[in-house]
Design a protein around this ligand. Structure first.
Ligand SMILES: Cc1cc2nc3c(=O)[nH]c(=O)nc-3n(C[C@H](O)[C@H](O)[C@H](O)COP(=O)(O)OP(=O)(O)OC[C@H]3O[C@@H](n4cnc5c(N)ncnc54)[C@H](O)[C@@H]3O)c2cc1C
Length: 730
């Protein structure tokens, strides 16, 4: 797995950043003039129109990802130039390679503006072309012909994006056929798919930049004696938007890789990028604009320009919601689409060969062990703790792959993530693995040699499990306000107090417990222990929850824990728990699993159910809902993979995990609600069926926005670490 850009791509990004930064202030004048002539000069001067054209035809021969970097840079600096049209048209002309196409390519290389008409002229003879009034030529498709027309002087249509838009009568004016036949039409469609990706990249870049500008303003601007960024009412919507935008940017990169490797769902991914960018960028720019208050509404501030331009770009291709039908066609009706060549990609979201081997090995264990009866038990189980399955995985080094070799591990984070994918595919709950993993890692990092020797082998073998004993009746989010006390008694500590929501408290032999060990500032007076729970004084009372997830209230009365089981220094629990929480916020498989399971259940139902006399899967409303779930699932998957990759390569950022958790749990609620509506009223019913799975998962969705750090806490973490906004919590 590698998400780092190559040296060349980083250089390209830097060059573009410098080049377009200088023209960024000219967008107001450019809107009046209809084009940013200086920016266009910069663009053509760098040879960017022919970026994707093979070197033998005079181009730079660069890849699709490079084109995306260009689209991002042009858009975030609001350069009013037809960059995407130029790159796509040049690529198309080069693929056609007829003499007329070559002549047009030469003109383009010399700086003539060629615009792309997005729809087949057979069905849409008159089209609004974004840069139509600035274009010297329009490239369009008419049936199986790719044609070029020279529009001459056309009237510019004032529009929300300030673009030099014109309505062009493609059928009426004379045009020449550059190429014809099935292949020509296919090349045009591939070019259109490329345009969609570049347009999505431009949208995402504008959304990202608008958020960044808004965050900078929110740090400086004060109201009621505080920076406005410290108000959650402002910071939290920005955090939501920045998770969505980060996800969109990653999805575009993932799609480029999918095109490059010929993944079967690559065409569907292009549709997802297009729809998701059109959903999220305007919403981000609107939220950003509001941060500036009245100033944001004035033409002096760029905030409104991002909002207007993003709105225009999202609507250029028609109703963005129509893309959901395209996604559904490509995913569930086997309708393919020609795609552009990806060229050199460089990045990969795949975990790699060793992780694939671990995945295959785990698949084999599941296949051997998991019977239909056990599968049903897992459906009803709240934790999926099956000691036999756990022992089988442990014996193959697959239960905790990234633990040390002597504990049966020896692999890394990618292998761990790949094995967790197998849990997901088998719809097997992984809560106990996750909590035990956290306890084990804290012992590894902070524990004494005795704790390591006595506890870790038992956890590693799968014969027992760990629980997280953080939350108390009086505090959950405010975790360091714990009141449970630990008092030193010789070589031991005595624990007294009460915890709540100790989910594995009825299974676990050890608890990762935070207790107050001092007086004074709350962060400086807590200590963390690995507490043996199998002893008198520990009591565990079950509590049912709305999602059937069994959790517990746990009581500690004179519970003894050896000092050797203390993790970290006395009163240094904050540091230990911060590390544990980072692990909890680093693994998003749980949320990926939920969306995956809901989507699979929704598709299973739609393929078999009848609605209004036809198959449910053929109904536009059903297809749209499923396509939206599939898209969110892909966005979540890339956010999750980024967290894994960043952690494994020492590039972890504090907001990556919270973004995946926030987006995952909130998407779970949203998609659950949508799917409940999709098949209503049958979704009211419970049971071991596709709809029963949706019903169960919907009930589980809301708790998921609370446990492992509530959505509000995640938003604050993203606002602080990702957007640099002031802390809103003490
Ligand atoms: C099914 C389930 C399983 C759980 N499993 C475990 C477990 O195994 N171990 C464990 O220790 N805990 C567990 N929890 C507890 C969970 O971590 C807490 O419920 C959670 O941290 C919230 O704490 P709280 O319930 O005390 O709510 P509070 O912290 O009182 O929060 C109440 C509301 O206020 C909001 N809020 C709080 N602080 C802020 C703030 N600074 N800004 C804005 N809003 C804020 C919260 O988002 C929430 O909506 C589990 C919970 C559930 C539902």
């Amino acid at each position: 797995m590698n998400l780092d850009l190559s040296e060349m791509q980083t250089m390209l990004q830097d060059t573009l950043g410098r080049a377009f930064k200088d023209v960024a202030s000219s967008h107001r004048a450019a809107e009046k003039a209809g084009l940013d002539a200086t920016a266009w000069q910069v663009f053509t001067g760098l040879g960017l129109p022919l970026l994707r054209v093979e070197e033998r035809l005079g181009g730079a021969g660069l890849g699709l990802l490079d084109a995306i970097l260009v689209a991002e840079s042009v858009a975030e600096n609001l350069a009013l130039i037809p960059a995407n049209d130029a790159i796509v048209c040049a690529g198309l002309l080069a693929v056609l390679e007829t003499p007329l196409a070559m002549a047009a390519l030469e003109e383009l290389g010399q700086g003539k503006i060629v615009a792309l008409a997005l729809h087949d002229a057979v069905h849409s003879p008159q089209q609004l072309i974004a840069f139509g009034a600035a274009a010297k030529a329009i490239l369009f498709r008419q049936g199986n012909e790719v044609r070029l027309m020279r529009p001459g002087a056309v009237q510019r249509e004032p529009n929300i994006g300030g673009l030099p838009t014109a309505r062009i009568d493609l059928a009426g004016a004379s045009s020449e056929v550059l190429a014809e036949g099935y292949r020509a039409a296919e090349a045009f469609e591939a070019a259109r798919e490329e345009w969609k990706l570049l347009n999505a990249a431009a949208l995402v870049a504008m959304g990202g930049r608008a958020l960044k500008d808004a965050a900078a303003y929110a740090r400086d601007r004060h109201a009621f004696g505080r920076p406005i960024g410290s108000y959650q009412g402002l910071a939290h919507p920005l955090a939501d938007a920045s998770a969505e935008i980060d996800g969109a940017g990653l999805l575009i990169r993932r799609t480029v890789e999918a095109i490059g490797t010929g993944r079967s769902d690559a065409a569907a991914l292009v549709g997802m990028c297009s729809w998701w960018a059109s959903e999220t960028a305007p919403s981000a720019t609107t939220k950003a604009m509001r941060v500036f208050g009245g100033y944001g509404m004035t033409m002096e501030y760029d905030a409104q320009a991002y909002f207007r331009r993003a709105t225009a770009l999202r609507l250029l291709g028609g109703d963005p919601q129509a893309e959901l039908q395209t996604i559904a066609d490509r995913l569930w009706a086997d309708i393919s689409a020609p795609l552009p060549a990806a060229g050199e990609v460089g990045i990969t979201f795949e975990y790699g060969a060793s992780a694939d081997a671990a995945r295959d090995a785990a698949e084999a264990v599941f296949a051997k062990h998991v019977t239909p009866e056990l599968q049903r038990w897992a459906f009803e189980s709240t934790d999926g703790y099956d000691p036999v399955l756990y022992a089988a995985l442990a014996s193959e080094g697959l239960l905790f792959p990234d633990w040390p070799t002597e504990l049966g591990g020896g692999a890394g984070a990618f292998e761990r993530a790949a094995v967790h994918d197998v849990f997901v595919r088998h719809l097997w709950p992984q809560v106990v693995v996750a909590t035990t993993d956290m306890l084990g890692k804290m012992i590894l990092h902070f524990g004494s040699e005795r704790a390591k020797a006595e506890i870790l082998p038992r956890l590693a073998s799968g014969q027992t499990a760990g629980a997280l004993c953080y939350s108390e009746p009086s505090c959950g989010s405010d975790i360091f306000a714990a009141r449970t006390r630990a008092v030193r008694d010789g070589d031991d500590w005595i624990i007294d107090g009460q915890k709540i929501f100790t989910s594995q408290g009825h299974i676990a032999e050890y608890g990762l417990l935070i207790a107050r060990t001092g007086v004074g500032e709350k962060h400086a007076s807590v200590t963390v222990f690995a507490v043996p729970l199998d002893q008198p004084g520990y009591a565990c009372n079950p509590m049912d929850t709305v999602g059937d997830e069994l959790t517990n209230t746990t009581f500690y009365e004179n519970v003894r824990v050896p000092d050797a089981y203390r993790l970290g220094g006395v009163n240094e629990g904050t540091r230990v728990l911060a590390a544990a929480l980072a692990i909890e916020q680093g693994a998003a498989e749980h949320w990926v699993a939920a969306l995956d399971e809901m989507l699979a259940a929704g598709v299973e139902w739609a393929r078999t159910a009848q609605r209004a006399g036809r198959n449910a899967i053929d109904m536009p409303s059903v297809r749209a809902r499923l396509a939206a779930v599939a898209t969110r699932m892909q966005v979540l998957d890339v956010l999750s993979r980024r967290t894994v990759w960043a952690g494994a390569t020492g590039q972890a950022r504090k907001h990556y995990g919270p973004m995946a958790k926030l987006f995952g749990s909130e998407s779970w609620v949203k998609c659950g609600s949508d799917l409940m509506e999709m098949a209503a009223p049958d979704t009211l019913l419970q049971g071991y069926s596709a709809l029963g799975r949706i019903e169960k998962l919907y009930r589980r969705s809301v708790p998921s926005t609370i446990y492992a750090g509530s959505s509000e806490i995640q938003r604050s973490l993203i606002a602080e670490a990702g957007l640099g906004l002031p802390r809103s919590r003490s």
